[in-house]
Write a protein that binds this ligand. Structure first.
Ligand code: ADP
Ligand code: MG
Length: 323
C-alpha cells in the first residue's frame, strides 16, 4: 500500500478489537499469531467481485458485514471457532468518496467481527475494479471438524433457518417480484446474512457431515453426496419456509427458489437417526429452527419428492445451480 493509499491504512489498523493470541497485528510484514495448544487451524477464503457477487450500489456497511459473514459461515460449516481475519481490498480510487465508502464498509465488517471476537490482523490494498477477498482463521478440535465426506446411509438430513429468502430478495432488487409483503426484509436476508457459528460449534459430536448453503440447498447437499459417496431423498413438504416464500409458492412460484436459490448461509447437516431428539433439543436451546428435510441413501443422486409425493424433475429449468 503506497502513495494515495497511505491514508487508507488508518481504516484497518484499529478496526477490530485485540485478541491475546495475536502477538503482532497490522503494521509489519506479517502478523504473528499463536494457535492454542491442541487445536487445529481451519482456514477459508472467499472473494466478492462487484457486478458478479454484489451490485456496486449495495450499501457498503451491509457489504462489509456480508464479506465477513460468508467467511464465518464456512467456519461454522466445519464447526470451527473464528479467531482472525485478513482482508484483500481492491478499490477503484482512494478519493474522498471511496474513503467514505471504505469507512462504511469497515463499520459493517467490524460490527460483525466484534460479535464473534474476530481480529483483523492484516491484508493488502490495491487499486482496481472493486472487489475484496476475506480469509478467516478459526480453531477446531483435532479430528472433530464437520466434513463433507462423512455422511452415511440412514442419516437424517437437517437444515437450519428457512430456505429461499435470499433468492427472493435478489428478485426484489432486480424488480422481478411484486407480490412480497415485506420486500425490505427479503433484501435484508440477502444482504445481511447471519453466520451460524454457534450452531456449527454445537454440532460437533452430533452431526456427521455439514455444509453451509451458499449455492442453494440441492447444489450444496450434492457436494456432501459426492464427497461421501451417498445419495439423498428430500421432501418438499418438509422444507422450512418463511411466510414470504410459502406465499410465493402458493401464487404459483417456482420450487427452485427454496431448493436451488443461493445466499441463504444456513447450515445443512446429516445426523445419525438415533440422535434426532438431540437435534430437536439443540434447536430449542438455540431458539432456531432445525428441520429434518430428508434422509441419506446408499444409491447416489438426489431425489426430491414434491408436495404430492411425486418425484420432482430437479434437472429441469430453474435449477441451473444444481446442474
Ligand atoms: P507490504 O508492502 O509489506 O505488503 P502494506 O503496505 O501492503 O505492506 O501493508 C502494511 C500493513 O497494513 C501490513 O501489516 C498489512 O497487513 C496491513 N494492511 C494493508 N492492507 C490491509 C487491509 N486491507 N486490511 C488489513 N490490513 C491491511
Ligand atoms: Mg501489501
Amino acid at each position: 500500500m503506497s502513495g494515495e493509499f497511505d491514508l487508507i491504512r488508518t481504516y484497518f489498523s484499529a478496526a477490530t478489537g485485540q485478541r491475546d493470541d495475536c502477538v503482532l497485528g497490522i503494521g509489519d510484514d506479517c502478523a504473528l499469531l499463536t494457535v492454542p495448544a491442541g487445536k487445529q487451524l481451519a482456514v477459508s477464503l472467499d472473494t466478492l467481485v462487484s457486478g458478479r457477487h454484489f451490485l456496486e450500489s449495495t450499501d457498503p456497511e451491509r457489504l462489509g458485514h456480508k464479506a465477513l459473514a460468508v467467511n464465518l459461515s464456512d467456519l461454522a460449516a466445519m464447526g470451527a471457532q473464528p479467531a482472525w481475519v485478513t482482508l484483500g481490498m481492491t478499490l477503484p480510487a482512494a478519493d474522498v468518496a471511496w474513503r467514505s465508502w471504505l469507512s462504511a464498509f469497515m463499520q459493517g465488517f467490524a460490527g460483525l467481527a466484534a460479535q464473534h471476537n474476530v481480529q483483523l490482523v492484516g491484508g493488502d490494498t490495491t487499486r482496481g475494479p472493486l472487489s475484496f477477498s476475506v480469509q478467516v482463521h478459526g480453531f477446531v478440535e483435532p479430528g472433530e471438524a464437520l466434513r463433507r465426506d462423512a455422511a452415511q446411509p440412514g442419516d437424517k438430513v437437517y437444515v437450519s433457518g428457512t430456505l429461499g429468502d435470499a433468492a427472493l430478495g435478489l428478485k426484489v432488487l432486480l424488480g422481478a417480484l411484486e407480490s412480497a409483503d415485506n420486500p425490505n426484509e427479503l433484501v435484508r436476508q440477502l444482504e445481511v446474512p447471519v453466520p451460524r457459528v454457534e450452531l456449527g460449534r454445537n454440532l460437533l459430536g452430533l452431526a456427521r457431515a455439514a455444509i453451509d448453503i451458499s449455492d442453494g440447498l440441492l447444489a450444496d447437499l450434492g457436494h456432501i453426496c459426492q464427497k461421501s459417496g451417498v445419495g439423498m431423498r428430500l421432501r418438499c413438504d418438509q422444507l422450512p419456509l418463511s411466510a414470504e416464500v410459502a406465499g410465493y409458492l402458493e401464487l404459483g412460484g417456482d420450487w427452485s427458489i427454496p431448493l436451488a436459490g443461493g445466499d441463504d448461509y444456513e447450515l445443512a447437516f446429516t445426523v445419525p437417526p438415533d440422535k434426532s431428539s438431540e437435534v430437536e433439543r439443540l434447536g430449542d436451546t438455540l431458539g432456531m429452527s432445525l428441520r429434518c428435510v430428508g434422509e441419506v441413501l446408499e444409491k447416489p443422486g438426489i431425489t426430491v419428492l414434491d408436495i404430492d409425493g411425486k418425484t420432482l424433475d430437479v434437472l429441469g429449468e430453474g435449477y441451473d445451480h444444481f446442474r
